[in-house]
Write a protein that binds this ligand. Structure first.
Ligand code: TYM
Length: 403
């Protein structure tokens, strides 16, 4: 995949790191530089004053992903809060491209955070399953992509979304009608050159790929969901996602005012890294990079012990002397996402960084934390019935979605 070339970024930066919906990589084993990404993409850093406002407006303590800076960038999130403060609600939109049988821990990040936003702000949510996208990019059959979408829907529902406020849809099932009209409105505004600039398409890419971006764009517009938002065309949309999805929404925001719609706002996370280190994101297509929500306790233990990149020193003597390099240590990074207790995290960081704690001990604690999350998720998923999936995916009004 060719690199991103839009927004006047300089060539040197592009070569250092590539972040787009399909590729996340950094040259020569370096780390993703999120400050550079903010500059390059033109989004804003999520600062403490916005986090404080979320706390004040919702009366809830900020989610651990906000407190720890996992969600670190945004576009117009302040405007969403301004209008919420004036009494205007909004809706949430997020999604999943079903490329694997189950989700991995990285995918849980936006979904767990979206659930928190839904509960805290009491707003409706639409979740797009881009089975068409994965059919085209991963060369899956239409039927297999649809099957994976339904399997993934179970994992998503297991995150605890409120059935009275949530609509999940598969593109293969839902695209048409007003949604399709919006797709055509968007498509007419984006030249081929612009699409190449944003997404890096090449002459060898099939035209299915080139035609896809409007499909991910239009759930940002309330009129794409007449069964939910009829007569509410000015309702604002907030999209939680990792920053790899930003190109789709740069395009969407560029087009929105030209077709008479609000620009969607975004709140964007960094990546839950691959087991091998922070040069890339946890990736469903690279099984040894990822811990899946279906992994057994033994698989989690083996993967962490075997693959999780350690910042510890080569021998116990050196480790006691120099301590661990926390900047590159994956167990510490993972604990930063999923160990909720701030005091315990700080204690581990201090002891490990000073060499008093060994990698094996930190990995042991991480295995406990992740096994607990995955086991809880598995129990929740086992309780998701086919009827529940049908209900979440039914095209239906949600009469109490704002209450
Ligand atoms: P997909 O299936 O690649 O990813 C689903 C969601 O998970 C985020 N994500 C991650 N977050 C943190 N760490 C990681 N390692 C990691 N890997 C993936 C993605 O950013 C995404 O939020 N085209 C999309 C599906 C989609 C969508 C949307 C996503 C359609 N509409 C609106 C977000 C918002 C896709 O293939 O996501």
């Amino acid at each position: 995949m060719e690199k991103n070339k839009d927004d006047g970024s300089n060539k040197e930066q592009e070569e250092e790191q590539v972040v787009n919906p399909w590729v996340v990589s950094v040259k020569d084993g370096g780390k993703i530089d999120y400050d550079k990404l903010i500059d390059k993409f033109g989004c804003q850093r999520l600062d403490q004053s916005l986090i404080d406002r979320v706390e004040r407006l919702t009366g809830r303590s900020p989610h651990v992903f906000l407190r720890r800076g996992v969600f670190f960038a945004h576009r117009d999130f302040g405007e969403i809060l301004d209008s919420y403060e004036r009494g205007d609600k909004f809706y949430l939109y997020t999604g999943r491209g079903p490329s694997s049988e189950s989700l991995h821990l990285g995918h849980l990040i936006p979904f767990l955070f979206t659930k928190y936003l839904q509960d805290a702000f009491k707003v409706p949510l639409v979740i797009q399953l881009t089975d068409d996208e994965k059919c085209m990019w991963k060369n899956l059959s239409v039927e297999e992509s649809q099957r994976l979408a339904r399997e993934n829907a179970k994992d998503i529902i297991a995150c605890g979304f409120d059935i009275s406020r949530t609509f999940i849809f598969s593109d293969f099932d839902y695209v048409g009608g007003d949604f399709y009209k919006n797709m055509v409105r968007v498509a007419k505004c984006v030249t081929y050159n612009k699409a190449v600039g944003i997404f890096g398409f090449t002459g060898e890419d099939h035209i299915g790929k080139v035609s896809f971006p409007p499909i991910q764009a239009v759930p940002s517009f309330p009129s794409s969901f007449p069964h939910l938002f009829s007569g509410n065309d000015r309702l604002r949309c907030l999209i939680p996602c990792a920053i790899d999805q930003d190109p789709y929404f740069r395009m969407t925001r560029d087009v929105a005012p030209r077709i008479g719609y609000h620009k969607p706002a975004l709140i964007e996370s960094s990546f839950f890294p691959a087991l091998q280190g922070e040069t890339g994101k946890m990736n469903a297509s690279v099984p040894c990079s990822a811990i899946y929500v279906t992994d057994s306790a033994k698989q989690i233990k083996d993967k962490i012990n075997r693959y999780a990149f350690s910042g510890g020193q080569d021998s116990i003597e050196l480790h006691r002397k120099h301590g661990a390099n926390l900047e590159v240590d994956i167990p510490i990074k993972y604990l930063g996402f999923f160990l909720e207790d701030d005091a315990e995290l700080e204690h581990i960081r201090k002891e490990y960084g000073a060499g008093r704690m060994l990698t094996g001990e930190v990995k042991k604690r991480l295995i406990e934390v992740l096994t607990d999350i995955v086991e809880r998720h598995k129990r929740a998923r086992a309780a998701v019935t086919d009827e529940m999936v049908d209900t979440f995916m039914a095209v239906r009004p949600l009469p109490n979605m704002f209450s």
